[in-house]
Design a protein around this ligand. Sequence first.
Ligand code: CA
Ligand code: CA
Ligand code: CA
Ligand code: CA
Length: 291
Amino acid sequence: MMKQVSGSRGITAGVGAIALLGLISCADIENTGEKEAALTDPGQSMQPGGPNVAQGKKQPYKSGEVLVRFKSGTTSIRSAAVHAGIAAQVVHEYHAPSSLQLVRVPQSMSVEKAIEAYQRDPEVLYADPNYIYELNVVPNDPSFNELWGMHNTGQLGGVFDTDINAPEAWNITTGSSDVVIGLLDTGVDYNHPDLAANIFTNPGEIPGNGIDDDGNGWIDDVHGIDATAESGNPMDTDGHGTHVSGTMAARGNNGIGVAGVSWNAKIVTCRPSTRSARWTTSCSAWITSSS
Ligand SMILES: [Ca+2]
Ligand SMILES: [Ca+2]
Ligand SMILES: [Ca+2]
Ligand SMILES: [Ca+2]
């Protein structure tokens, strides 16, 4: 279960990030003009000593390409001679880090063999594959970082990747407002700033006029019903239903609070009766008739 932060309007609580999408390689970072990102030294972020395919975990990289960084003071004549030794061609030279080059190796040579050859040369500081990184969709909601169940980097001390891989799923879809989710819980705070946009509205009901406009047996049932109080007002009286709603469909990437599994789905609510089993009929009938 995700960590819940209490408060008068708490759904769940964190630190924001940037919405990113797509595949990008180390070399592309500079080629696409992301100068600040390119200042990151690939050799410091990758597995030293060659591609990590030999270490049990495959990370995709561009075939036929190697990033080579020479030691400080290596002359261009010397580096050119090293490349010529394996018939590799320099296709890009980086300003930062210094002495870093992207080379294309011959088709007859694997990236692994090329890296082995470079690493044998004393002038080479390191040689790495041109790894491809997948930049997943991460919402800008300030408390997203606390949702370890969605994306666990160990940020709260837990086990890395023990999560539902939400950013990976969001690469495919972040949900649809055409989907309506029925909530059977303690109700929902339908005015919550991170839920209000995703609360279902009964199109046949005029709010606050004391009339059952759509004739479904419930007066002013705009966002759901409360089968316990037998009213058309499903306002949460406990907080649990609001918390669950946040997990299901808090508005994602709106700069507020958290993100639900679905960023846009609509929530329709029935607060069940604790006094009789009649609520099951009431809830199912209302949800079916109104959504
Ligand atoms: Ca994960
Ligand atoms: Ca009604
Ligand atoms: Ca009404
Ligand atoms: Ca949000």
